[in-house]
Ligand binder design. Structure first.
Ligand code: HEM
Length: 478
């Protein structure tokens, strides 16, 4: 039974709640139908647990921004909380430890923007590996999935541990494999059973594998920390790990900065920063190939702005309104984290006239905001004009929230935006991407998960004429 004056929703069955009425493979359409019937704030039941779903920009902002503290909690009793022992940052509940770890992570990422080996240099370093890989594929077709995934992983590992890994490296392969298996379990039916029926939690059912796999990941990170400590020079940080060791030394008696917390924080940031960015890149290239006019217009702008400059820099974005608009539009249609990360209420509160008790699970339906008909000029198309005004200047509507909003919003936003810009601008400058003639009609449908991805596809890669000469002459000089 729903609490008194709770947001309305469909009739729910005993034990199962509304789970049997949702297509758990991809519930986005079902959630959309419920919004049409019950409005922007409605409820469903996961088993016996009532859950509030927020839809549309106004409801999401009212909760996550205007009542930022009340809606900034995280659930603490799901399988994934038990697997990570509530450490790290993503799943920490609202409170002083989360605030401290978040502030440390944000500051450290921000400082790398200015430091000796800046974030920009780290990203451009990895971009040059992508470029040389694609040069080898020029004239052929290739599946970009692994390339983008490993590149996104390498960018975050250079920031976290100062290391990039060859794409065949065993450590990188192990991480990617275990992350994949863990998210499959965490997003699958066994996690749902674990979360819904506490009595089964100690039984030897397949969800136990998630606990074992996480331990393997933790052991690998512990080894990495031990190796790192051997070359660590206090107060001369090379990466986030060094900054954390400095912080641990500074706060000797502060129990929230400790080695166990560090292990999960590194895993959290690595995990949060990999699939998200690589799936966004995959969607962007799918749309660029199938909208060659958009691709060409970006290339013209990029050529014009960069001229003979050797490399793009993040500052160049201010002179590339169309390319900026294209990247934002790609993020809008990619809808990479469709249901955000679940929140909870930290105290009894009210939202749009409804009472919501402390501890209620909240789903900010970001998908409903990024596709909201009243907010976008072309809600159902891929059209950079969604981000351009009549003068052709770049503008960002308030409904652009792929990183969510409020105090829990993505803490890697700055890194992700820099990554997307530098990768896309560099690749569009050097290559043309073409939908292969024998690939049939493009399939824009998505694979639902904690992060959404496009169906696998192949792309034809061609060196662009103008750049071909420059690259060849550079290669000869080397
Ligand atoms: C295109 C890329 C990305 C997208 C679309 C994205 C999106 C999101 C979203 C929707 C959330 C949930 C916010 C909320 O709960 O309200 C989130 C949280 C988070 N993201 Fe990202 N993210 C991206 C890249 C990254 C990167 C590169 C990092 C690594 C530094 C990162 C680290 C995090 C962390 C640590 C959180 C949890 C923040 C907290 O709970 O305080 N993300 N992200």
């Amino acid at each position: 039974q729903r609490p008194k004056n709770f947001p309305p929703g469909p009739f729910s069955l005993p034990i199962f709640g509304n789970l049997l009425q949702l297509n758990l493979e991809n519930p986005i359409n079902d959630l959309k139908k419920l919004r049409l019937r019950y409005g922007n704030v409605y409820s469903i039941c996961f088993g016996s647990r009532p859950v509030v779903v927020l839809n549309g920009v106004h409801a999401v902002k009212e909760a996550l921004v205007n009542q930022s503290v009340e809606f900034a909690g995280r659930p603490q009793d799901l399988m994934i909380n038990h697997v990570t022992k509530n450490e790290g940052v993503v799943l920490l509940n609202h409170g002083p430890v989360w605030r401290d770890v978040r502030r440390f992570s944000l500051m450290t990422l921000r400082n790398f923007g200015l430091g000796k080996q800046s974030m920009e240099e780290r990203i451009l370093g990895e971009v040059s590996y992508i470029t040389s890989h694609l040069e080898k594929c020029a004239g052929k077709s290739m599946d970009p999935q692994n390339l983008f995934h490993k590149a996104a992983s390498n960018i975050i590992t250079t920031v976290l541990f100062g290391t990039r890994y060859e794409h065949e490296d065993k450590f990188l392969q192990l991480f990617i494999q275990l992350f994949k298996e863990l998210s499959k379990i965490a997003n699958g039916p066994w996690a749902m059973i674990y979360d819904t029926f506490p009595v089964v939690r100690n039984l030897p059912l397949p969800f136990q594998k998630a606990f074992q796999k996480f331990e393997v990941l933790k052991d690998a990170v512990k080894d990495l920390i031990s190796q790192h400590k051997m070359s660590w020079v206090p107060r001369q940080p090379r990466d986030l790990l060094d900054c954390y060791l400095d912080e641990m030394e500074k706060r000797e008696d502060d129990s929230s900065f400790n080695e166990s917390q560090l292990v999960t924080l590194l895993l959290d940031l690595h995990f949060a920063g990999t699939d998200t960015t690589s799936n966004t890149l995959l969607t962007t290239f799918l749309y660029l190939m199938t909208h060659p006019d958009v691709q060409e217009r970006c290339q013209k702008e990029i050529d014009q702005v960069l001229g003979e400059k050797l490399q793009a820099s993040f500052e160049d974005r201010h002179r590339m309104p169309y390319t900026q608009a294209m990247i934002h539009e790609a993020q809008r249609v990619a809808n990479t984290v469709p249901l955000s990360v679940f929140h909870t209420t930290t105290k009894d509160t009210q939202l749009m006239g409804y009472d919501i008790p402390k501890g209620t699970l909240i789903i900010p339906n970001l998908s409903s905001v990024l596709n909201e008909e009243s907010q976008w000029k072309f809600p159902h198309d891929f059209n950079p004009s969604n981000f351009l005004n009549d003068e052709g200047e770049f503008v960002k509507p308030e409904a652009f929230m792929p990183f969510s909003t409020g105090p829990r919003m993505c803490l890697g936003e700055g890194l992700a935006r820099m990554e997307l810009f530098l990768v896309l601008v560099t690749l569009l400058r050097h290559f043309q991407f073409i939908w292969p003639e024998d690939a049939g009609e493009p399939d824009y449908s998505t694979i639902f998960g904690a992060t959404m991805s496009p169906k696998p596809y192949r792309m034809d890669v061609r060196l662009r004429n103008k750049r071909e000469c420059v690259i060849q002459s550079q290669n000869t000089t080397e």
